[in-house]
Ligand binder design. Structure first.
Ligand SMILES: Cc1ncc(COP(=O)(O)O)c(C=O)c1O
Length: 394
């Protein structure tokens, strides 16, 4: 049996007729840019996430970039983000000339640790790296950076701890940009109500990269907000800072539109999305049963009140050596695996100019040395999971 890491082919067979008729309609219409499918998708997904507005865009990275631009983030600003995430989260901050300030993650959920966020903001305000490890730019002669925004990431499909993060952000006057690239469809109990991913912060961002819980057949992304002024800014930034008409440019922007064809694909795939979230829960429950007894493994922890969409099923080994052994066993059994993420962002060469040293973010570094991900998708069969468990058990 060949086991795919993510099975997009089986999913395609389920939605083929709807996807193909949706694409055909776009082809026939000629409205390849900004066709009516884009607005229809924005309305549908905003309704699903519980926000007033949504703005489709070309990728999750562009969604983050547009959010930072709409909030006026630039040189001299500190933007707090976790180092244990995909490159894009901090990359967009640096691309805009602002400074990423890393905040270590919680060892159980792998999401940003709210207590450390508070410490990091205080350290930036005082320009004092003895209070919390800071980038070189935060203690330079240019004066302290301005704490401007925080980007909590909903890693592997589990929402960050917004009940704890939002009050810290409010106390320090930080904008919150939710990076929900991996968590579209996840929910959490918040203030006595069920809240969905993409409904936290001034602006939330997601990705429709094919491997994401809701993926299209190319690149795509979306911003979500309740604020009509931010909506106008995001729409303007999406198309070169356009003003009242197409050839009036009132600010700098990007080419950030979502293709009509991808919107049509997403409209078709969204019809089965809730069922897929349910299937992901079944797959995760079977993994918990099959792998729960294996020595040294820490399975994903989903705190009470949360539903994860398991963008990845990530397991922590007790050591780097055990991980190596497990990955070899999986390889021998032809079971695909992956490491998200082997090097935390504060130690990536691209961020060498920030001057972080090994040891600065101990939890992220320890987790990066031990974590690995195994196949996870809604169509994973019990038999395939048994085979994966057998390979892991050795
Ligand atoms: C946490 C996180 N943020 C941002 C992105 C960027 O999304 P995209 O690949 O659509 O640009 C990703 C995608 O992998 C991600 O995982």
């Amino acid at each position: 049996m060949s086991i795919p890491f993510i099975d997009l082919k089986t999913q395609y067979r389920r939605v083929a007729a709807e996807v193909e008729s949706g694409i055909q309609a776009v082809l026939q219409s000629g409205a390849y840019i900004n066709g009516p499918e884009v607005a229809r998708l924005e309305e549908r997904l905003a309704g699903y996430c519980g926000t007033r507005y949504a703005v489709g865009c070309a990728s999750g990275t562009d969604a983050l970039m547009m959010a930072l631009m709409a909030l006026g983030v630039g040189p001299g600003d500190a933007v707090f983000c976790p180092p244990f995430t995909f490159m894009a989260t901090a990359e967009v901050v640096a691309l805009l000339g602002a400074t990423p300030v890393f905040v270590d993650v919680d060892p159980t959920t792998y999401n940003m640790d709210p207590a450390q966020l508070d410490k990091a903001v205080r350290a930036v305000r005082k320009a004092d790296a003895s209070l919390y490890p800071l980038p070189l730019q935060a203690t330079g002669t240019a004066g302290p950076l301005t704490p401007k925004a925080v980007i909590p990431v909903d890693l592997f499909g589990l929402l960050a701890d917004y009940a704890a993060i939002l009050p810290v952000a409010a106390e320090h006057g930080l904008f919150v940009i939710e990076d929900a690239a991996q968590a579209f469809g996840a929910t959490s109990e918040y203030s006595g109500a069920t809240r969905r991913a993409c409904s936290f912060g001034q602006i939330a961002c997601t990705s429709f990269f094919p491997a994401k819980p809701l993926g299209c057949y190319g690149d795509g992304g979306m911003c979500f907000t309740d604020d009509p002024e931010l909506l106008e800014l995001l729409r303007s930034i999406r198309v070169h800072g356009q003003g009242a008409d197409k050839y009036q440019n009132v600010r700098l922007g990007i080419t950030g539109r979502l293709d009509t064809m991808q919107a049509a694909v997403l409209l078709a795939k969204f019809e089965i999305f809730e069922d897929e979230v349910r299937l992901r829960q079944e797959v995760a429950a079977r993994y918990a049963e099959l792998l729960g007894g294996l020595p040294g493994l820490t399975l994903p922890v989903v705190p009470g009140g949360n539903v994860s969409v398991y963008a990845q099923y990530s397991i922590q080994a007790e050591s780097g050596a055990q991980r190596q052994e497990l990955l070899e066993r999986l390889g021998k059994a032809s079971v695909p695996s992956s490491i998200y993420y082997p090097v935390p962002l504060h130690l990536q060469p691209a961020f060498a100019n920030l001057g972080y040293k090994p040891g600065a973010m101990p939890v992220s570094e320890a987790v990066a040395g031990r974590i690995f991900s195994i196949p996870m998708h809604p169509y994973l069969t019990a038999e395939a999971q048994q085979e994966i468990a057998k390979a892991l058990a050795g």
